[in-house]
Ligand binder design. Structure first.
Ligand code: NAP
Length: 257
């Protein structure tokens, strides 16, 4: 139950569930009574989260590898039934001025954030439509809603995720499946720590200065917490959110609207 409503489904997939936002979503879904399969490339990190709840099961898989994703679906669905909920959360960001981005860096960022998100949800689409129920949520970013300097591949990928979400919402609109995206500003996770370290390395500023520069992007002058993102995802997975589809919800203290 979440806010007095039931989460729609018994089995969820959360990619990148071993850390940060994904871990928080996995724990929240498990707390709501859902069995959760989490994936990521590091098995030890997945095991640590699985140890926190008997409802959480880790399967190591790289979401940019279609073969690995289909293996994950086979194994998880054989054990715990078809996925009713898919949260495409795994992602990564590097920063550099656009003229210094190599083709390899561009492809790596598009692969994990956009192609990986597509590969994550694709195997669930026909099965959810046949069962006339399902919840798909992409963890995009405010970088999917407006431009930011020095993260061109990430901004392009996250805009692509919003486009993918809208296309899938249009395709599934009469099937009982909903497809939405949440778009956080800076969230206090390992990804944020990496951005802080990057600023420290490249500008010589202190970590404290770097954190206050990043926090100031949010008009509330603070970082979003992972549980704020998880709460919105849980609401979207609730049985009363059936009319919400095709939406990109900004969780950013008013950084975008
Ligand atoms: P995080 O702690 O670094 O989590 C990213 C997760 O994605 C990790 O668990 C990582 O696990 C997994 N991952 C990365 N590449 C993968 C791959 N190829 N295959 C499978 N799993 C992969 O960062 P986070 O902040 O929680 O990020 C979660 C999502 O929120 C991302 O989509 C990010 O873009 C989005 N977001 C974050 C912020 C922020 O400020 N933190 C803001 C807006 C949006 P492995 O390394 O073990 O594979």
């Amino acid at each position: 139950m979440i806010g007095g409503q039931k989460v729609l489904g018994r089995h969820a997939l959360v990619t990148g569930g071993g850390s940060g936002v994904g871990r928080e979503i996995a724990l929240a879904l498990a707390q709501a009574g859902v069995d959760v399969t989490i994936c990521g490339r590091r098995a030890d990190v997945l095991d640590a989260v699985a140890a926190e709840s008997s409802r959480i099961h880790g399967i190591a898989a790289d979401i940019t590898d279609e073969h690995a994703v289909s293996g994950l679906y086979e194994k998880a669905e054989a054990a715990r039934g078809p996925f009713d909920i898919v949260i495409a959360n795994a992602g990564a960001a590097d920063s550099a001025p656009a003229h210094k981005v190599s083709l390899a860096d561009w492809r790596r960022t598009l692969d994990v954030n956009l192609t990986g998100a597509f590969l994550t949800v694709k195997p669930a689409l026909s099965s959810m439509a046949a069962r006339k129920a399902g919840r798909i949520v992409f963890i995009a970013s405010v970088a999917g809603l407006r431009g930011y300097a020095y993260v061109a591949p990430y901004v392009a990928a996250k805009h692509g995720v919003i486009g993918l979400m809208r296309a899938l919402a249009a395709e599934t609109v009469k099937t009982g499946v909903t497809v939405n995206a949440v778009c956080p500003g800076y969230v206090e996770t390992d990804m944020l720590d990496r951005s802080v370290n990057n600023i420290v390395e490249k500008t010589g500023r202190s970590a404290e200065e770097a954190r206050s520069i990043l926090a100031a992007a949010n008009p509330q002058n603070r970082f979003i917490q992972p549980d704020e993102v998880a709460d919105t995802v849980l609401w979207l997975c609730g049985e009363k959110a059936g009319s919400i589809t095709g939406q990109a919800i900004s969780i950013s203290g008013g950084e975008t609207w």
